[in-house]
Design a protein around this ligand. Structure first.
Ligand code: SAH
Length: 257
């Protein structure tokens, strides 16, 4: 984050974020114009949630602005909509969950601090493993030029497609596939984010990471259960840093129809 951004008053508008591309501003406008279908003034509730995330230590204004732009309540069942702006994970069906906003924010913040992303103030190409209901992909669409999100459960892939359609985010591509294999046709990626955790990082993710790119993923750690790791690819190899303990759904291989 640049010094001038840090000094700015919150909320920061997306069009104040320096070299922001047209698509990002258009996406935010498309989202803002989507009817909520609820009596809830979601923008207001969302703003309060974002202020809490900020108090709890989320610092990147770009990420906070993106979270405050995406209507999370539209990604969960109507019965859960009133809980959508609490910092909690919620069921999205098929045994899966939409991640906690603070964790979504934390992972994206880490990813945005990779060498390539820092250089251009946004990420160029992002790969997300585990689209789930599409929420995180929508947040990412405001911060990346191109988002490709892979989901192995056909029913969730279809659900994400349906939930995202009204937002008309032209820079997001949802793919039904096994994310353990990454998605080679679009590689390399400047950012890779996994929303499901396995015993180890699949080699495909490391191979498909661009030099200067950063991968952020939960991974099993003997003593602690699951931890968040960030891996940077440099010209000389990979640098891995271990962060906090987290709790994600398991990364599984193969497709489910
Ligand atoms: N980012 C999502 C979180 C979904 S939970 C959101 O914002 O809602 C994690 C998802 O990862 C689940 O939907 C699960 O089916 C999926 N997943 C697990 N293993 C996977 C794999 N190998 N490839 C693709 N998706 C996978």
């Amino acid at each position: 984050m640049s010094g001038s951004q840090r000094g700015r008053k919150f909320p920061l508008r997306l069009d104040q974020m320096g070299p922001v591309r047209k698509t990002l501003v258009q996406n935010a406008a498309a989202i803002a114009n989507t009817p909520t279908g609820l009596g809830l003034d979601s923008a207001d509730v969302r703003r309060r949630m974002v202020e809490r995330l900020r108090d709890e230590g989320l610092r990147d204004e770009r990420v906070l602005a993106a979270i405050s732009a995406v209507p999370r309540h539209q990604f969960v069942d109507a019965a859960l909509a009133t809980q959508a702006y609490e910092d909690t994970s919620l069921p999205i069906g098929h045994g899966q969950t939409i991640s906690k906003p603070s964790v979504v924010g934390r992972m994206i913040e880490l990813m945005m601090n990779g060498v390539n992303a820092r250089a251009v103030q946004r990420v160029d190409r992002v790969l997300e493993i585990g689209s789930g209901c599409g929420y995180q992909a929508a947040v990412l669409s405001l911060l990346a030029r191109q988002v490709l999100s892979v989901e192995r459960l056909k029913l969730l892939h279809d659900k994400a497609r349906e939930l995202m359609a009204p937002l008309r985010l032209a820079n997001v591509r949802l793919v039904y596939g096994d994310g353990m294999l990454g998605h080679a046709p679009n590689a390399p990626y400047d950012g890779i984010i996994a929303a499901a955790g396995g015993d180890a990082l699949p080699q495909a993710w490391l191979d498909q990471l661009a030099i200067g790119g950063r991968l952020v993923a939960p991974v099993r750690d003997g003593a602690n259960g699951q931890v968040l790791v960030a891996v940077d690819r440099t010209e000389h190899g990979y640098e891995r840093r271990v962060h906090e303990v987290v709790q994600f759904v398991p990364l599984k291989s193969g497709l489910v129809r």
